[in-house]
Write a protein that binds this ligand. Structure first.
Ligand code: NAD
Length: 484
């Protein structure tokens, strides 16, 4: 008998307690060797005034066990509450969100019976950095941050995952036709890393057509790796088209800690009714058992679960007249899985996990050289709402600022050039990006920038932010304005 692994368990909100109870009953009946440290998360904790939804002692539990089986929670409406998921992912460096999306046809209705894909979503960066500012009366900003090591880590993880689980292809999805620097970095890193895995096919799709293809032909995808926001959206699309939104589990994996959950929320509309489908959390728990080195128990549960679906025992969300044999409540469904422990599905491919699957993946980043960074200009953002927002008025005024040759180059409004020689049709907000450079585009000093800002302030302008224009080994590190 192996020794027990201690895990942190949270029952969550809404249907959370019902599906956790059912899941743990199955795990116990299957002989999982587990001890639980139960923590409180979610609504009750938020309402105590703890804005992260999780108390400090709960973080200590995770620090100790390093494995978290978590039910969904209800995030209270209104400002001030931070997403518990985002906090946990970022605090513990859970950089990879792994969501398998598989069709269980014909036992679960889907138009795409051959779907069997895995979405690997970057979990720490992108717009989820949560850095937002209201800069003017009219304009709000949310910063999208993409890093080279963050991109490399998740892309390597996707290729290692494909290698480990015998998958043939990794598709990268970005929007680098528009975000040439940020999404471009992700795509470029993907192309570089792909060369190290010649046995795995690699391709790239722009996220919009990629999403459309997931909705129309999901069977063409195998492993998909993408940025945080796109991954969030496409994983729900993929789960929905496989007909398995209530069935999907997900893993959030870091170098030390990992969190396993269902992909759905707390379903307050059916909470307490005993009808929720526990399969999503159960599938998360199966991934957890593989992760902690109990693959034979994971396999046993996965096969009993598939056999239960094949036998037509379905919770209300997947019940189909003519195909299902019994509409089961949450506990009844769990009992049906327990009764089938030791059996395998007759029609679906049985699950198979072994010790190899439990080995942690080694993600080693390449050393990076440090390029020569040179400051060659500055974008000064200004809040201005005078003279009917005539770009020529702000432009002529700003031409008076000159910090030892650092002078106005152009002005854009929402990215479009409006001065000099803008188009009169362009709609202008109160948010102006004013680009200052020297005539020859040469290097400038911080002192010149400070002098320039003083002059702009003295001219009566409210400057709200600056962005420095750098080159890296002579390569431009900023985008050109539309029309520049
Ligand atoms: P939801 O996923 O909770 O529910 C969407 C629909 O699917 C509802 O009709 C629900 O009844 C049904 N459904 C979901 N899970 C089911 C299950 N296991 N069995 C049967 N039916 C199921 O999404 P929502 O209504 O948008 O969100 C409700 C709450 O959950 C919100 O407070 C949201 O913030 C939170 N949420 C939490 C998580 C998480 O903790 N990981 C994830 C998503 C949403």
């Amino acid at each position: 008998m192996s020794s027990k692994t201690k895990i942190t368990v949270a029952y969550g909100d809404g249907i959370g307690p019902e599906i956790m109870k059912a899941t743990l009953a199955i795990l116990e009946a299957a002989g999982a060797q587990l001890e639980y440290d139960v923590i409180e998360i979610g609504e009750q904790v938020y309402l105590k005034g703890i804005s992260s939804g999780m108390e400090p002692k709960s973080f200590d539990s995770l620090r100790e066990t390093k494995v978290f089986l978590k039910s969904p929670i209800t995030t209270p409406q209104g400002g001030g509450f931070k997403s518990l998921n985002v906090t946990t992912r970022k605090s513990f460096g859970l950089f990879a969100n792994v969501r398998p999306c598989k069709a269980y046809s014909p036992f679960i209705k889907t138009h795409f019976p051959k779907t069997d894909l895995v979405i690997i979503r970057e979990n720490e960066e992108d717009l989820y950095a949560g850095i937002e500012h209201r800069q003017t009366n009219e304009v709000y900003q949310c910063l999208k941050l993409i890093s080279q090591p963050g991109s490399e880590k998740i892309i390597r993880y996707a290729f290692e995952y494909a290698k480990k689980y015998g998958r043939k292809k990794v598709t990268c999805m970005t929007k680098d036709n528009i975000m040439k620097l940020a999404d471009g970095l992700f795509h470029k890193t993907f192309d570089e890393i792909a060369k190290e895995y010649p046995e795995i096919e690699a391709d790239h799709k722009i996220i919009d057509i990629g999403t459309a293809l997931i909705a129309e032909r999901p069977e063409i995808f195998d492993v998909i790796v993408t940025l945080n926001l796109y991954g969030d959206i496409i994983s729900d699309v993929a789960a929905q088209v496989t007909g398995s939104v209530g069935l999907g589990g997900s893993a959030n994996v870091g170098e030390e800690v990992a969190m396993f959950e269902a992909i759905h929320g707390s379903a307050p509309d059916i909470a307490g009714m005993g009808i929720a489908n526990p399969s999503g959390l159960l599938n998360g728990a199966i991934m957890m058992l593989v992760h902690i080195g109990q693959p034979e128990i994971a396999e046993k549960i996965a096969n009993a679960w598939m056999k239960t679906l094949e036998d037509g025992i379905h919770t209300g969300d997947i019940y189909q007249e003519g195909l299902s044999t019994k509409k089961a409540g949450t506990q009844e469904f769990a009992d049906a899985v327990i009764e089938r422990l030791g059996q395998k599905p007759a029609k679906m491919t049985p699950a198979s996990f072994d010790k190899e699957d439990t080995k942690p993946m080694q993600i080693k980043l390449r050393p990076q050289s440090v390029p020569k960074k040179e400051l060659i200009g500055v974008d000064v953002f200004i809040d201005w709402n005078e003279a009917g927002r005539d770009p020529n008025v702000i432009g002529e005024k700003l031409r008076k600022a000159n910090a030892n040759g650092l002078q106005l180059h152009l002005i854009t409004n929402r990215g479009v050039k409006v001065f000099p020689e803008g188009m009169k049709e362009t709609f202008c907000t109160d948010h102006w990006r004013c680009r200052f450079k020297t005539a020859d585009g040469g290097a400038i000093s911080h002192g010149q920038v400070l002098d320039l800002l003083k002059q702009i302030g003295d001219l009566g302008f409210d400057f709200i932010k600056t962005e420095h224009l750098y080159t890296f080994d002579g390569v431009r590190g900023y985008s050109l304005a539309q029309g520049e």
